[in-house]
Design a protein around this ligand. Structure first.
Ligand code: DMJ
Length: 456
């Protein structure tokens, strides 16, 4: 069924928004997000590997032809370094490793080179925003005291290691190793990593800590860097398990109704809110269970299962059976959004992602059932004639569509659904790690040194 969903999402993108970044499925036209500046074709690049894995050969060929002829990075555009890295660099790398087509390798390295000036700061912590023509960078104006964002500069590692691997140029890997060096020199409040770090002074900004937005994939990439290195990256491993320890002590709580959740931390005070984005952490804890100290393995799997259950509740307690952007555990509610501006669902993958990891790691059939409930809800409420749309209020009985088909719906949500209902030998965890946009990257096995992996 995820195959038919992919076909519907792709065909409509092709019909109404071909070559543009995303589709507006209600108004049936293109949607351009300023995250990608003038770079075009986000949906095409994000979807390449999903098309390949689902064996949609004709569509993959069209997408590849478009990349060959039209994907152009010589544009005067200010882009988000993080978004372009996870979606475009990640998408191109996966397409290369899966198909072996040289064009994808070439484009990935070319784009990687364009991103390098972002690291020209006093500390080497990159800017959030970069003009890829002038090479001038800056940070988000809203970020605490001119800071860079943890989840942004902390989510380059996997892609940049592969860029060095594929180009023979060590500079990419050096840039991301330096980020860790800066982080390891700093004192961390209670062992936690604040979301804001000033790239000029090398000091933390506001002491806000989150495993959701602004923090999330930094933690994910510590674990996955270690896994992708065939478990040789001891530094990444240590940073990950130390961070999880601090998260458990200071952020993870249980509601009176027995739901485990991950709160946010603001200068020592807890905000009892969990974001949809935070739900990815269930899968992360389970994926990391194996490498945890031996007495903790079962505990990490259990933690993953509890987060999965909480996030399922956040879906189940809405009228549309799709989860809100954020839900709270205070003021008498549990796993429910209380603020109007937190009630939307924008086709995000994190809950299904966690179901996929939990399914693969436990084979408990409830994860397939829960994913199936999400499929039914997506089909009922998000599917429209012109593709798939997000929803403004999941507690309402009537859909108010936001008119955006996010590119991560094709790269992540539909891919994770497909994997959940496939055998484990499609993209097995022994050979692949998924970047934060669900683009699979091969584990760099010790024994084959610089040889490329083309395993499926
Ligand atoms: C995606 O771009 C990635 O999963 C990122 O890590 C977080 N936000 C979206 C999906 O929700």
């Amino acid at each position: 069924v995820s195959l038919q969903m992919m076909k519907h999402a792709w065909d409509n993108y092709k019909r109404y928004a071909w070559g543009l970044n995303e589709l507006k499925p209600i108004s049936k036209q293109g949607h351009s997000s300023n995250l990608f500046g003038n770079i075009q074709g986000a949906t095409i690049v994000d979807a390449l590997d999903t098309l390949y894995i689902m064996e949609m050969k004709e569509e993959f060929k069209e997408a590849k032809d478009w990349v060959e002829k039209n994907l152009d990075f010589n544009v005067n555009a200010e882009i988000s370094v993080f978004e372009v890295n996870i979606r475009f660099v990640g998408g191109l790398l996966s397409a290369y490793y899966l198909s072996g087509e040289e064009i994808f390798r070439k484009k990935a390295v070319e784009l990687g080179e364009k991103l390098l000036p972002a690291f020209n700061t006093p500390t080497g912590i990159p800017w959030a925003l970069l003009n890829i023509k002038s090479g001038i960078g800056r940070n988000w104006p809203w970020a605490s005291g001119g800071s860079s964002i943890l989840a942004e500069f902390g989510t380059l590692h996997l892609e940049f290691v592969h860029l060095s691997h594929l180009s023979g140029n060590p500079v990419f890997a050096e840039k991301v190793m330096n980020i860790r060096k800066v982080l390891n020199r700093l004192d961390k409040p209670e062992g936690l990593y604040p979301n804001y770090l000033n790239p000029s002074s090398g000091q933390w900004g506001q002491h806000h800590v989150s495993i959701g937005g602004l923090g999330d994939s930094f933690y994910e990439y510590l674990l996955k860097a270690w896994l992708m290195s065939d478990k040789t990256d001891e530094e990444g491993k240590k940073m990950y398990y130390d961070a999880v320890q601090a998260i458990e002590t200071h952020l993870i709580r249980k509601s009176s109704g027995g739901l485990t959740y991950i709160a946010e931390w603001k200068g020592g005070l807890l905000e009892h809110k969990m974001g949809h984005l935070t739900c990815f952490a269930g899968g992360m804890f389970a994926l990391g269970a194996d490498g945890a100290p031996s007495d903790k393995t079962g505990h990490h799997i259990e933690l993953g299962a509890e987060i999965a259950r909480t996030c399922h509740e956040s879906y189940d307690r809405t009228s549309m059976k799709l989860g809100p952007e954020a839900f709270r555990f205070d003021g008498g509610v549990e796993a429910i959004a209380t603020r109007q501006n937190e009630k939307y669902y924008i086709l995000r993958p994190e809950v299904i992602e966690t179901y996929m990891y939990m399914w693969r790691l436990t084979h408990d059939p409830k994860y397939r059932q829960w994913a199936w409930e999400a499929v039914e809800a997506l089909e009922k409420h998000c599917r429209v004639d012109g593709g798939y749309s997000g929803i403004r209020d999941v507690y309402n009985n009537h859909e108010s569509h936001d008119d955006v088909q996010q590119s991560f719906f094709l790269s992540e949500t539909l891919k994770y659904l497909y994997l959940l209902f496939s055998d484990d030998d499609i993209l097995p965890f022994e050979h692949w790690v998924f970047n934060t946009e669900a683009h699979p990257l091969p584990i760099l096995h010790k024994e084959d040194g610089s040889k490329e992996e083309k395993q499926k």
